[in-house]
Structures are given as structure tokens and as C-alpha cells.
Write a protein that binds this ligand. Structure first.
Ligand code: SAH
Length: 398
């Protein structure tokens, strides 16, 4: 795992068609429309060929072009030469005593990412990573201590899902939901995440209902705006985590670029369809963001947004020096918010014993590579109009 050299791989609205002729281009780097365009250009093939290939690969699990029997033999041979179909090797798999499983998947260029199959009473939720490390620098999150290494390619995101699907056969289970709440800030890796989402929800792709997929963000306002008009209809969760800019800036440096007013404004401006699916996440850090005043301010802040609130008691195993409130106190918050008419749930940590719970994901031997790398280029890449002041933690990375 020593060869994580590239600090940032640029996102682009085009799939990154990598690979020489001999090893082929990565089939998982395309959504269906892009694959159709590629096949048309390369082979003069009609658009339905992409549909057939998607059907075989994503719906039927067929990895060998020779077996795609409704495609002409000559084209099958050409396809086998043109494409490669990479898998994510399982470098390790740990199983928690609560049934949660954590995977370490190998990705390209010697990297590794974690995905978690979270066991809940009535369902399983798959939590996937969108970046190696993270540049957002949130004070309570272990992934932040890794710094930002690079964006995951579309294929590397999809391979986590396919890898877990494959291994789930060994447990006779399957996830019902997918959340982009693993390592990384998904909206910072916008194009690759959106392309992966389009394959996940494609009826000819993995055919997962958009209602079962949630993307969680620190609140990158320009990306939220783009997300709102993208037509990809998955749920959005916002890590709010504070009720004043002052406290939020301490916890989440991104607040300096996008203060609460702008963030809430962007949520209000989302198309109605998108707004319906909002979750406000609130990590409760005892004595920091869980005062009686916070509890009074929170409903006002989200007033008028058709949002539900998800309270997340700080997972002390993240080991970042915060304290978690008592169970009774968390339930008190839930009661008060519920009485105000806000649907409020509590997310109790799962998989703590295997470092798989919220805020604990960090590929250990990669830790501390580029700490505090919430860099200007991170913000620029999401189109931020930053007001960076000299004492801010938003200073440029080393
Ligand atoms: N970057 C995205 C997605 C990853 S974090 C985001 O911030 O939303 C997924 C969730 O885990 C977020 O709501 C985050 O606030 C929460 N989280 C991070 N560290 C935590 C910790 N130590 N305890 C509990 N929740 C934590």
C-alpha cells in the first residue's frame, strides 16, 4: 500500500478512459449512455448494444463477453479485447459481534478503501466510500486525520458495491439501502459519484431504487445546487452538526466557505422533489453542540424544510477527544424535536469493535498523510467563492 502517489485525480464529466489497447478500458467507468457513445464511435454499434452489455454484466453477473450470446460473435471478440472488467480484491473482512461487516477493498494504483455492511434490526445498509481519505477536516471524524489522498474513480465506487454483493452470498444476506457515508465527501467527487449513482439506479444496471440510496454531504453549496438539478433522484443527507456558525466553524471548517445561512438557503432552493428527501444529520458532541440553546435553535434552523433529523451520538471510538451524551439525554432531544413535529431518529453506532462505526473509518497505514489538507483547490474544485482569512484552518495544504 505504499504507492499512493497521486494526491488528486481530477474529476471530469467524461469517463476517464484509461488503459492501453492490450489491457482494455475499464467497463465500469461508463454509465449506459456513455458506453453507447463509446461503442458507436469505436465499432459503429447501435445504442442497444450498451443496453445488452449492461444487462449481461450488471443484471446477470456475466463477466465474460463470449457468453453474451445475443451479441454477434465478431463484436463479442472485439469487446473482449477493448474492455477489461476489474474487481476489487477483499484485502480484509472483519465481522463485528453485532453482525456488521467491514471490508477493506483494494483499488487501483495500490490504494485501499473501506466499505461497511451495517446490520440493522430489519435490514442491512451498505456504506460506501467516495474518496481515499477526506479533505474536509471535520474535527470529530477519524477519516479527516488521513487527509485527502484522491478521489475514487466511478469504477472504484461501483466495485465496492459489486464486491459486497458477491460476498453477501457467503452470508445469505443482501443490503436494502446504500449510503455514501464511508470515507470521503461524495459531493467533492461530484462527477464520479453521480456517474456511479446513474449505474446503481439504471434499470439495466444495478436497478436499485433511488429511494434506497442516500448521499451525505458536509454541505458543499455549489455541489448541492448542481445535485438538485441533476435529475438523479436519490436522497440527500446534510451533516449539520451545529446550530451556530461559530460552533460549526470549529467542528467543520467548510462552514467558513459556506455558512449556515447559505447552506440552509441552498436546501430550501432545492427542487421540491429533492427537498422531500432531506435528512439532517446531527452528531451530538457533549458539551460542544448539545446545549439547551442548541436544542431551541435546531428546529428554527430547519423550519419549513421537509426534513427529518437523524441524531448521531458521537462515537467515542473515533478517539478524537470529544464526549458522547448519555442515552437519556439523546432521547430527550428526540422527544423535544418530535413534539415540535419533526420526525427524529437516533443512529446508534454499529460495528464499534471492528472500527466500522461512524467517524471511525480510516485506512490505518495511510493515516496522517496530508493532515489539514482542506485546501483551496478543494474548494475551487467545487466552485466555491471562498472568503479565506489568514488564521483560518482553510489555509492551503502543505
Ligand atoms: N462527508 C460526508 C459523508 C461521510 S460522514 C458527510 O460528512 O456527511 C457520514 C456521517 O458520519 C456524517 O453525518 C458525519 O457527521 C458522521 N460522523 C463522523 N464522525 C463521527 C463520529 N465520531 N461519531 C458519529 N458520527 C460521526
Amino acid at each position: 500500500m505504499e504507492s499512493l502517489t497521486d494526491s488528486e485525480q481530477p474529476t471530469s464529466s467524461q469517463p476517464q478512459v484509461e488503459g492501453s489497447q492490450s489491457e482494455g478500458v475499464d467497463l465500469l467507468s461508463f454509465n449506459r449512455a456513455e458506453l453507447a457513445a463509446f461503442l458507436k464511435e469505436r465499432f459503429g454499434a447501435p445504442a442497444y448494444r450498451a443496453e445488452q452489455i449492461f444487462q449481461w454484466f450488471y443484471r446477470e453477473g456475466v463477466q465474460d463477453f463470449a457468453q453474451m450470446t445475443n451479441i454477434a460473435r465478431e463484436l463479442r471478440q472485439n469487446l473482449a479485447q477493448a474492455f477489461r472488467i476489474p474487481e476489487a480484491p477483499v484485502l480484509s473482512r472483519q465481522i463485528s459481534n453485532d453482525g456488521t461487516r467491514k471490508y477493506l477493498f483494494g483499488v487501483d494504483r495500490g490504494g485501499a478503501v473501506e466499505s461497511v455492511m451495517i446490520k440493522q434490526p430489519k435490514r442491512m445498509t451498505l456504506c460506501v466510500s467516495s474518496q481515499i481519505g477526506c479533505g474536509m477536516g471535520c474535527a470529530f471524524c477519524r477519516t479527516a486525520t488521513m487527509g485527502f489522498h484522491r478521489h475514487l474513480a466511478t469504477s472504484e465506487i461501483l466495485r465496492q458495491v459489486l464486491g459486497v454483493v458477491k460476498d453477501a452470498k457467503n452470508f445469505d444476506d443482501m443490503f436494502q439501502n446504500i449510503v455514501f457515508m464511508g470515507m470521503g465527501e461524495p459531493l467533492h467527487n461530484f462527477d464520479n459519484v453521480m456517474r456511479a449513482l446513474s449505474v446503481l439506479v439504471d434499470p439495466k444496471g444495478l436497478a436499485i431504487s433511488p429511494r434506497k440510496i442516500t448521499v451525505s454531504t458536509v454541505g458543499l453549496v455549489p455541489a448541492i445546487e448542481k445535485f438538485g438539478t441533476s435529475g438523479v433522484d436519490v436522497n440527500l443527507a446534510i451533516s449539520l452538526n451545529a446550530t451556530t456558525n461559530e460552533i460549526r466553524e470549529e467542528l467543520m471548517p467548510i462552514t467558513k466557505a459556506f455558512p449556515l445561512e447559505r447552506l440552509i438557503g441552498a436546501l430550501r432552493a432545492l427542487p421540491v422533489k429533492g427537498r422531500k428527501k432531506l435528512t439532517i444529520e446531527y452528531v451530538m458532541l457533549h458539551g460542544v453542540n448539545d446545549s439547551a440553546d442548541d436544542l431551541r435553535r435546531l428546529p428554527k434552523l430547519v423550519a419549513g424544510l421537509p426534513a427529518k433529523i437523524n441524531l448521531i451520538p458521537y462515537n467515542t471510538n473515533a478517539g478524537l477527544g470529544f464526549e458522547t451524551p448519555s442515552e437519556d439525554y439523546v432521547r430527550h432531544w428526540q422527544d423535544v424535536l418530535t413534539r415540535k413535529g419533526i420526525n427524529t431518529t437516533i443512529r446508534w453506532s454499529k460495528g464499534q469493535d471492528i472500527d466500522a462505526a461512524c467517524g471511525q473509518l480510516a485506512v490505518k497505514n495511510l493515516e496522517k498523510r496530508k493532515k489539514h489538507s482542506i485546501a483551496l483547490n478543494v474548494l475551487e474544485s467545487v466552485g466555491a467563492q471562498t472568503r479565506v482569512n489568514s488564521n483560518a484552518t482553510l489555509s492551503s495544504a502543505s
